[in-house]
Design a protein around this ligand. Structure first.
Ligand code: PLP
Length: 374
């Protein structure tokens, strides 16, 4: 995880009283800028707590006992959504594939054709632990056209891939500042469509007077200008700085920077002789590149050795599989970060006995970089 200098400067702004008119204006601006990033004219709710809070709050608000929900599972976060759904009493249907694969729009369409009565589809746009994406641009509108609600974990998707809440008819999306935006962890950024609010209002189990309540925020803050609890002023200031930076760069340009970083990383990894984790090249995320490790080389060992010997921190598979991740997310999406990552990963794997041509990988990566910068 890396944060930008702008975020650090934002976090260091003076801490005002949260009902100071200046801070009230800041909070409203931050909401508007978040809505721009999420590409929505609908409501934006900012809950104080890392995105897991927002994901749970949103799901608890939407799910009624017995509600038929289709959950798409292609990684750890999707799997977790299913545990919550069962806990909250949903009638859970799952389309599950291996964590190196992706649930395709065709699979979703076939499933929905064969199983009428699905009220909501849950999906993870970008499965960060394994570095795969779901085709949200197709699945979102497909659900909207069928009158089915969508619940989207796009914590690492927003700004790392195209994301259009309103154009694609997405009902409830959750993201966070600490992934592709380059901000600090600690907040949940949530878009809620009118259809989602209608469902939440009709749900007697939707949390109220609770830290997990979207309704409290809607009624107290959006309605009355009163906070349900004291907002974390510094986190909001840090978020505003990160949002300003992304908006100044331009949403499309931030996404392109992530895609460029992926292409460079892929070219380098491939030329070095590494194997990608993802089976489908079109499902590789633009915020991390996952490399499949041979069975006799353990992902945690690779991570720890690279940190100790070369001072480069990788993420391992976190249980998704024996893989190592080259991150190019937020401020590390671009240029030399991936070259350094490839160098350290290549050397570490050589140290562990793999046969690789690290030099060829670096040459290939730098060739792509020179074209991207031309
Ligand atoms: C980061 C992330 C979250 C938040 O989870 P943490 O484990 O608290 O970081 C949720 N969903 C996805 C897809 C994420 O990448």
């Amino acid at each position: 995880m890396a944060v930008t200098a702008a975020t650090l400067a934002g976090l260091a702004r003076p801490i005002q009283y949260h009902y100071d008119p200046d801070f009230l204006a800041t909070f409203r601006r931050v909401q508007e800028k978040t809505a721009q990033i999420l590409q929505t004219e609908g409501d934006v709710i900012i809950l104080q707590g890392e995105a897991i809070l927002g994901l749970e709050a949103a799901l608890r608000s939407l799910v009624t006992p017995g509600m038929r929900v289709l959950n798409l599972v292609q990684g750890i976060f999707g799997k977790g959504t299913g545990y919550w759904l069962r806990d909250f009493g949903a009638d859970v249907h799952e389309l599950e594939v291996g964590y190196d694969d992706a649930v395709t729009p065709e699979m979703v369409e076939d499933y929905l054709d064969g199983h009428p009565g699905v009220e909501m589809v849950c999906l993870v746009a970008s499965e960060t632990p394994s570095g795969t994406i779901t085709d949200l641009a197709k699945i979102g509108p497909m659900c909207r056209d069928r009158g089915i609600l969508t619940y989207v974990d796009t914590v690492s998707g927003v700004l790392g891939m195209e994301h259009r809440t309103d154009d694609w008819g997405l009902d409830l999306c959750v993201t966070g500042p600490q992934k592709c935006l380059g901000g600090a962890p600690g907040l949940s950024l949530i878009s809620v469509s009118q259809r989602a609010w209608d469902k939440i209002y009709s749900n007697p189990a939707a949390p109220r007077d609770s830290y997990l309540s979207l309704l409290d925020f809607k009624e107290k803050w959006l309605g009355d200008g009163r906070f349900p609890y004291t907002p974390s002023v510094s986190d909001i200031n840090g978020l505003e700085a990160a949002l300003d930076q992304a908006l100044a760069e331009g949403i499309d340009q931030v996404v392109r920077r992530h895609v460029d970083a992926r292409e460079l990383t892929k070219a380098g990894a491939r030329a070095m002789g590494l194997e990608f984790w993802a089976r489908r090249e079109d499902s590789m995320s633009a915020c991390v590149t996952s490399i499949r490790l041979p069975d006799d080389i353990d992902n945690v060992t690779v991570r720890d050795l690279a940190r100790a010997k070369y001072g480069v921190m990788f993420s391992h598979g976190q249980g998704a599989g024996n893989l190592i991740r080259l991150s190019h997310m937020g401020p590390t999406a671009g240029g030399l970060h991936s070259v350094v990552g490839l160098t350290a990963l290549g050397r570490t794997l050589l140290d562990l006995g793999m046969k690789l041509d690290v030099g060829a990988g670096l040459e290939a990566a730098l060739e792509v970089l020179s074209v991207q910068r031309a």
